[in-house]
Write a protein that binds this ligand. Sequence first.
Ligand code: G4P
Length: 530
Amino acid sequence: MSSKLEKEVRRRRTFAIISHPDAGKTTLTEKLLLYGGAVHLAGSVKARRAQRHATSDWMQMEQERGISVTSSVLQFDYAGFKVNLLDTPGHQDFSEDTYRTLVAADSAVMLLDNRRGVEEQTRKLFNVCKLRRTPVFTVVNKCDRPGEDPFQLLDDVEADLGVECYPVTWPVLSDGKFVGVYDRIDDRVLHFHRGEDHGQTRVETEARSLDDPELERSLGADTLAQLREEIELLDAAGAEFDADAVRAGTLSPTFFASALTNFGVEPFFRRFLDLAPSPVPRETSEGAVDPESKSFTGFVFKIQANLDPKHRDRIAFLRVCSGRFEAGADVMNLRSGKSVRLAQPQTFMARDRQAVEEAWPGDVVGIHDRGSLRIGDTLADGTQGEYKDIPRFSPEHFARVRIGDPLRRKHLDTGLRQLSEEGAAQVFFAESIAGPAPMVGAVGPLQFDVLLHRLEHEYGVTATLERLPYTQARWVVGPQKDIDRVAAGYDRAQVTDSRDRPLILFQSEWSLQRTVENERGTLEFHSVAP
Ligand code: G4P
């Protein structure tokens, strides 16, 4: 008989949805919660999104603490699985946190608009998954309205991202209308019937095998003939299903759906839960740690600061990696060597925060912290190795920091150091006549507003930012004379990070690509800190 730990690990599915704004992430999330029974009527996530958009001011948004904190992780049960859906902030709050969340996920769902295919933000997020060999499942959304031909769309995805797609479901179109999906694994057609409630409840579905004579009657002879033809094409030309390739992130099981009408959502989700990995061993400085190992381990991937200056406490988001997490236990922060009490831990169920007594590998727990934790910290109840640092991702927005009162420089330095440790922005230094001048870099520009607000309210430093024209940064490895030579170009700058590692900033992607080509064999360029 398997132990409680094994059982809990094997039923966990921890994933994030990666998409470009407007592909339908909010709508899909809402439908998954609906199927998971976490909300009875779909609509609550949407309401929250409307609220978020209405308050475009991040500060105000954050002051309504409940909103952004609870939207970070959604946990619910579905078909015997314990699902942890990690929110990847998009829209105007796209930031390094979005990337870091992917490090905490065991798989990702890439959601595409059926007319637009792969878009910029999808590509960036997909590349982070690729780098980490995270399994990616593809959902082509909005199939209720005409889109790109599915064969063409998948060809484009494959060419763009360098991944193979394996359609697990295929859309059934009748007179151009999306009426069902064919499931290639069990060779059945799921024919959907539209309800009257605009997708607020489950969809009525009729399931028939491909050779069931009733199928022709319900779909119509032409529709069925076209479907058979497409299936033949898929079988003849497409990739084979290969579970190892899925786990390695090189083959993406692909689904067709309409989050708006719910068509295809449940067939996707069931297959996804079956095929997606439960927590797998993760690398530490002393080898891989198995999630079923008895010792508790986890790492911090996100810190949410409280903007109210009277309450300096923060919530650190801990991804449990092995063993059992127990509220109130004393564990060790392996970086600092100090003991940490797992005080007042919380999980997040739809809109509510709940106190949690125990958690298992794959779960994300919010713990109160008074400033002792940093992003990337490993917490453990023994002396295991540390989880490999969460990488710093290359920023795309840069600004020089200026302060009105030079006597506050020390406070500025402290603030920048602490805020960068916490992951609010990255700090770089450029040589200037007056010594190293601080610059900040961010993945999303909203991070700058947050930074200025926090410098002022937490460190008493009034600063301004002078935006710089760079859009690309690369950590660079090679002889210093070559770094100096390359950085001397007119649209470049050389800076160092907080650990004194050199980077070169570029004004354009084109300039960066050309330099990488020209310097092949001399310099190495890294988009993630080496
Ligand atoms: P996001 O979180 O990825 O940004 O996307 P969101 O779910 O907010 O969806 C963006 C728009 O796309 C919304 O329309 C939404 O209704 C629509 N949408 C989502 N899924 C589907 C789908 O399966 N089919 C179709 N046809 N549309 C879909 P909107 O007009 O911006 O908002 P609303 O007026 O519908 O609220």
